[in-house]
Design a protein around this ligand. Structure first.
Ligand code: SF4
Length: 321
């Protein structure tokens, strides 16, 4: 069972002032901070290129940051030695968008599920055999599938196998990186149901990355919105969907409802960085301060929980500018 229940004061995951850049893209992730409590689902929303998957890769320490830290139960993963990092990678698993690409076509289901148990030195032969059968049952598959290969399954079944592979080592956090985006609607609903049952029954936390607000609405406890590498808004999911605060969030929700909104960016590609607000070149409600000063994070108090927004409109000293 996870060591961080929802009652714990220490977040399971803390991403603090994380910045990443690549040879062809500065500010791929720009000073991003958020917490994820044990057993919760945080929906990380944004267009393609906004920096969501880069954060996922940094959490797995597949990317080294320019600055900032990522704490797992208070331990910075960027300071971990090989043994500690291996254990952190057991506790944090990832499920990708395309199950057919993430599963080896030459491995049977049994080989696929045994591999993490061997890699992390978990259990003896008997334990491993029991564990893979039990895990298949958890994801709704029978043990009859064990000798079969990925091409013998539908995409929904393949994604269940990929989830089973992620679960078999008893992780506390699953990163779902567009994990239902390639599935048709009915299969998507089944996988979302599975994720919710894993959260409820096993207390697993999810960083659920998606560009699809309808999916996020079904599943997330909290929502964080990314745009061009920056986190612009973070709030409880109910608050986000009933009272979005940031102009970009409002545009996203309006687009989701009406499929057409002036100023909605089609992607998170780097834009005009001469403005102090990263969204200023598309914002329809900008004020004088937006071109001169970078907005800070402002907290809006709601009874549902903290609601943070990075916009001058919530800065009383400047909103009349
Ligand atoms: S800071 Fe200004 S430009 Fe940026 S989102 Fe807010 S109002 Fe728009």
């Amino acid at each position: 069972m996870p060591v961080n229940g929802p009652q714990s004061s220490l977040p399971l995951l803390r991403v603090h002032q994380l910045s990443l850049s690549f040879h062809n893209q500065q500010h791929a992730v720009d000073r991003v901070t958020f917490n994820l409590a044990g057993g919760k689902i945080l929906g990380l929303v944004g267009a393609s290129g906004a920096g969501k998957s880069s954060i996922a890769r940094a959490i797995l320490r597949l990317l080294e940051p320019d600055a900032g830290s990522i704490l797992l139960n208070g331990e910075n993963i960027f300071n971990m030695g090989p043994g500690q990092l291996k254990e952190a990678r057991r506790r944090i698993q990832i499920v990708f968008q395309e199950p057919s690409a993430s599963l080896s076509p030459r491995r049977t289901v049994a080989q696929t599920l045994l591999e993490p148990l061997r890699h992390f030195d978990i259990g003896d032969t008997d334990y491993r055999q029991k564990k893979i059968r039990q895990t298949l049952q958890t994801v709704g598959l029978s043990h009859d599938v064990l000798p079969r290969y990925p091409h013998q399954f539908s995409s929904g079944q393949q994604q269940r196998i990929a989830i089973a592979r992620a679960l078999v080592s008893n992780p506390e956090l699953l990163i779902a990186d567009e994990a239902v985006s390639a599935l048709d609607v009915s299969v998507q609903a089944q996988i979302l149901q599975l994720i919710q049952s894993l959260q409820k029954e096993y207390g697993i936390a999810f960083l659920f990355i998606s560009h699809d607000l309808a999916v996020i609405r079904q599943i997330a406890d909290e929502v964080a919105v990314m745009y061009r590498g920056q986190l612009l808004e973070h709030s409880p999911a109910d608050t986000f969907f009933s009272r979005p605060a940031h102009p970009y969030s409002k545009a996203l929700l309006s687009y989701a409802r009406f499929e057409s909104t002036p100023g909605l960016p089609s992607s998170g590609e780097p834009g005009d960085r001469s403005s102090a607000c990263v969204y200023a070149d598309r914002c329809t409600v900008k004020i004088t301060a937006c071109e001169q000063l970078e907005p800070e994070y402002h907290k809006i108090q709601h009874k549902e929980g903290p609601h943070c927004v990075k916009c001058h409109l919530y800065d009383e000293a400047r909103s009349n500018g």
